[in-house]
Design a protein around this ligand. Structure first.
Ligand code: ATP
Length: 629
C-alpha cells in the first residue's frame, strides 16, 4: 500500500475511499473524493490524523457494529451510516467495506453519498432518454428519406403542395409544387418549424397559436385533419387561402410526423367572391324589377282603381285624368253630381295626390249644420260670443290650415255667410265669431254639390262671385245609370268587400246578376249599389245571391234621361209577395234582427212575433243575418 503507484491509484480513485483502523479509532488514509465528500479544505492532505468517531459521529454505535461485521466477515455493506462533514451537515451514505488482506485491523471503506447516487441515477435516465430520442429522430429522418425516395415520383407529379414534418413540426421534405406555392426552396425550410415559417398567423394577422393548429393536433390524436378556410404565408410575407389535409405518419404504432397536402385556393375564392358579387347584383336587379313591377301594378291600379275609384267606363277614366291634372295644383275644385255618385271619394283622391297630403283633409257637411251655427262652425268663436259659447272654439278653416277643406253640399250655405266664405277664398283671412283678431290660413277648397248651382245663382240663392271662385276646376261625377260599363267591376268590388265584412265565402256574381244590376236605374247611385250587394250577401242562402231590385226601398226619381218610375199601377201576386218579403227584411234591418219585445220587428210590423217567425220561415229569411248589420 505504500508503493507509490498504489498510493496514486488510491488517491485518484473515482470512489471516495477511507482506510481505517477501527480498534485505534484512527483514520489512516483518506483520498481526494472522500476529502471532497467530507468538505475538507484543499490544504488538508491524504494522511491526516482524524478520528473515525469524528467522521461517523452521528452514527458511531452503528459504525462500531458495522466494523465488527467487516472484521468478522471480511466484507460488508451498509445503508444506515452517515457522515458529518467539516461544514457540519449530515450526508447519508451507502458504505461498502472490506478487510485489507494481510493487515488485520485495517478496513477500507468506500463511501457513496445517497444524494450523489440519486443524482447519478437521474443523469443516467436523462442520458438514456437522450440516446433513445436521437435514435428515434434518426428513425424518423430515415423514414421520411425513404418516404420521399419511394414516393418522389408521385410527390413531384401531384398538382398539390406536399410537405412532411416530424413530431416536432420541423420540415422533413417539400415537393416542387409546395416550393412554388410557398416561394421557399426545400433546403431553406427543411429542419425548420413549419408552423412558425408558414402558418404563424391568421388571415387578419393575429397570432396562430400552435396548440390550436390542426396539423399539430393531428400529432396528439393521430387523426387525419381536413381543413378549409385557413391561410399559409409565403416567403414574401403574403397570406393566401389554403385547403389542406394533414395525415399523421405512424411508425410501429407511434406518431412520428405528418404529411400535409395543401392547395392554394386564392383563385377559387376570387371566383366565389365574383359569383357572390354577381348574385348580389342579381338580387339587386331582382329587387329593382320587383319594385318596378310593383310600380307598374300601382300605375295599373291607378288607371282602374285610382285611390279606390273603381271603374272602367270613359266617365271614370275622365274623372281620374282630371284628378291627376288638378291634384298637384292649389286650384279650387267644384264637384257636381247626384248623391252617392262618389263626390267625396273624388275630393279625397285630389287631397291624397296633392302636396298637402300630409296635412289634414277636413270635411264639412254643410247640409247638417244649423243655420245659426254656420259661422262658428266655419271660423270658430271666442268665449261668450253667443249664448252657449262657454269657451273658445277653433273653426274648420283653422283645423284645415295647410291642408284641404271639403265643403260637401255647398249649396246649403246660407246666403249671408257666402260673402264671408268668399273672403277666405280670396284673402285666406277670417275672424272668429266674437273675436276681432284677423287670422290667416292657407287652405285649399274643394266643394261638392248635388244641386244645379247655376240655377241657384239665377234664383239669387247662391252668390255668383262665389260660384265662379269655386268653379275654377269643375268635375262632374255622372250617375251610375250613365255608366253601366262600371257595374260589373263595381259589383265585383263591393261583393268582395261585403263578403269580407260579413265573413261569407263562395258567393259569386253570375251573368244574369250583372244583367239585372245593369237594367236597374240606380236612383241612389253607387251608395245604393253597395247596400243592394250587402243585403244580397246577408240574405244569400245555399251560396246563391238574390237581388230584389225592383223594390229597393228608395223613392225612384225621374232623371230626365228616359228612365221612369216603374212601380206604379197594380201589383201582380208575385210582386206583392216580393214586396212583403222586402218589407220583412226592412223591419229586421231596423230592429237589428230582434223579433220580440220593444223595438222588435214584431212591434214594427204590428204583428204577433210568433206569426212573424213563421213568415220568416216561409220566405226563407234568416233573422240572424241581421245582427251583424
Ligand atoms: N268609383 C267608385 N269606386 C268605388 N267606390 C265608389 C265609387 N264611387 C263611389 N264609391 C263609394 O260609394 C259611396 C258613396 O260615395 P260618396 O260618399 O263619395 O258619394 P257622394 O257623391 O259624396 O255622396 P253625397 O253627395 O251623398 O255625399 C262611398 O262608399 C264610396 O266609397
Amino acid at each position: 500500500m505504500r508503493n507509490s503507484l498504489e498510493l496514486l491509484l488510491f488517491e485518484q480513485s473515482p470512489d471516495a475511499l477511507i482506510l481505517i483502523d477501527p480498534e485505534d479509532n484512527e483514520v489512516q488514509l483518506i483520498n481526494a473524493q472522500a476529502r471532497n465528500l467530507l468538505a475538507f479544505e484543499a490544504r488538508q492532505g491524504a494522511s491526516r490524523s482524524i478520528s473515525a468517531d469524528r467522521i461517523f459521529s452521528g452514527c458511531w454505535p452503528e459504525f462500531i457494529v458495522f466494523s465488527q461485521e467487516v472484521l468478522h466477515k471480511k466484507t460488508a455493506w451498509s445503508g444506515d451510516l452517515s457522515i458529518r462533514t467539516e461544514k457540519g451537515d449530515e450526508q447519508e451514505l451507502l458504505v461498502a467495506a472490506s478487510l485489507i488482506e494481510g493487515r488485520e485491523r485495517n478496513i477500507l471503506l468506500r463511501l457513496l453519498s445517497k444524494q450523489a447516487l440519486q443524482n447519478q441515477n437521474r443523469f443516467l435516465t436523462v442520458n438514456e432518454l437522450h440516446r433513445k430520442g436521437l435514435q428515434e429522430w434518426k428513425t424518423v429522418e430515415r423514414f421520411f428519406e425513404e418516404f420521399e425516395l419511394t414516393n418522389s415520383l408521385i410527390l413531384n407529379a401531384v398538382g398539390e403542395g406536399v410537405y412532411g414534418v416530424d413530431i416536432n413540426g420541423n420540415a422533413t421534405f417539400l415537393n416542387p409544387v409546395a416550393e412554388e406555392i410557398l416561394g421557399w426552396k426545400a433546403d431553406e425550410l427543411i429542419g425548420k418549424n413549419m408552423h412558425r415559417m408558414i402558418h404563424h398567423s391568421h388571415h387578419d394577422g393575429s397570432h396562430y397559436h400552435v396548440e390550436s393548429c390542426h396539423i399539430y393536433s393531428a400529432f396528439q390524436d393521430g387523426r387525419t385533419k381536413q381543413v378549409q378556410n385557413e391561410y399559409f404565408w409565403n416567403k414574401q410575407g403574403k397570406a393566401f387561402p389554403v385547403e389542406y389535409v394533414s395525415t399523421p405518419i405512424m411508425d410501429e404504432g407511434q406518431v412520428v410526423g405528418a404529411v400535409i397536402v395543401f392547395r392554394d385556393v386564392s383563385e377559387r375564392k376570387r371566383a366565389e367572391a365574383r359569383i357572390g358579387q354577381m348574385l348580389k347584383e342579381m338580387e339587386e336587379l331582382k329587387r329593382r324589377l320587383e319594385l318596378e313591377n310593383a310600380y307598374l301594378q300601382e300605375a295599373y291600379k291607378e288607371v282602374y282603381h285610382f285611390n279606390e275609384i273603381v271603374g272602367t267606363s270613359e266617365a271614370v277614366q275622365k274623372i281620374v285624368e282630371q284628378i291627376r291634372l288638378v291634384s298637384p295644383t292649389d286650384a279650387n275644385v267644384l264637384i257636381t253630381g247626384e248623391s252617392g255618385t262618389g263626390k267625396e271619394l273624388i275630393a279625397r283622391a285630389i287631397h291624397e295626390n296633392s302636396l298637402r297630403k300630409n296635412r289634414p283633409l277636413i270635411r264639412v257637411n254643410c247640409a247638417s249644420i244649423p243655420k245659426d251655427l254656420f259661422e262658428s262652425e266655419f271660423f270658430g268663436h271666442a268665449k261668450g260670443a253667443f249664448t252657449g259659447a262657454v269657451g273658445d272654439r277653433v273653426g274648420r278653416f283653422e283645423l284645415a290650415d295647410g291642408g284641404t277643406i271639403f265643403l260637401d253640399e255647398i249649396g246649403e250655405i246660407p246666403y249671408e255667410l257666402q260673402s264671408k266664405l268668399l273672403r277666405v277664398l280670396q284673402e285666406q283671412q277670417f275672424e272668429r265669431l266674437g273675436d276681432s283678431r284677423t287670422r290667416k290660413v292657407n287652405v285649399r277648397i274643394i266643394a261638392a254639390t248635388n244641386r244645379n248651382l247655376l240655377e241657384e245663382v239665377k234664383r239669387k240663392a247662391f252668390r255668383e262671385d262665389l260660384y265662379f271662385r269655386l268653379n275654377v276646376f269643375p268635375i262632374e261625377s255622372p250617375p251610375l245609370r250613365q255608366r253601366g260599363d262600371d257595374i260589373p267591376v263595381l259589383a265585383q268590388h263591393f261583393l268582395k268587400l261585403a263578403c269580407e265584412k260579413y265573413a261569407k265565402v263562395g258567393l259569386q256574381l253570375k251573368v244574369k246578376h250583372i244583367y239585372q244590376l245593369q237594367a236597374y236605374h240606380w236612383p241612389g247611385n253607387i251608395r245604393e249599389l253597395i247596400h243592394v250587394i250587402e243585403r244580397a250577401v246577408i240574405l244569400a242562402h245555399d251560396g246563391q245571391l238574390v237581388f230584389n231590385l225592383d223594390f229597393s226601398p228608395v223613392t225612384q226619381v225621374s232623371d230626365g234621361d228616359g228612365v221612369s218610375d216603374q212601380t206604379q199601377g197594380v201589383l201582380t201576386y208575385n210582386e206583392l209577395r216580393s214586396r212583403e218579403r222586402e218589407n220583412l227584411i226592412q223591419a229586421l234591418e231596423q230592429s237589428g234582427g230582434k223579433i220580440f219585445g220593444k223595438g222588435g220587428a214584431g212591434e214594427l210590423l204590428q204583428i204577433n212575433p210568433t206569426t212573424l217567425n213563421s213568415k220568416l220561415k216561409k220566405f226563407n229569411i234568416d233573422k240572424y243575418g241581421f245582427k251583424a248589420s
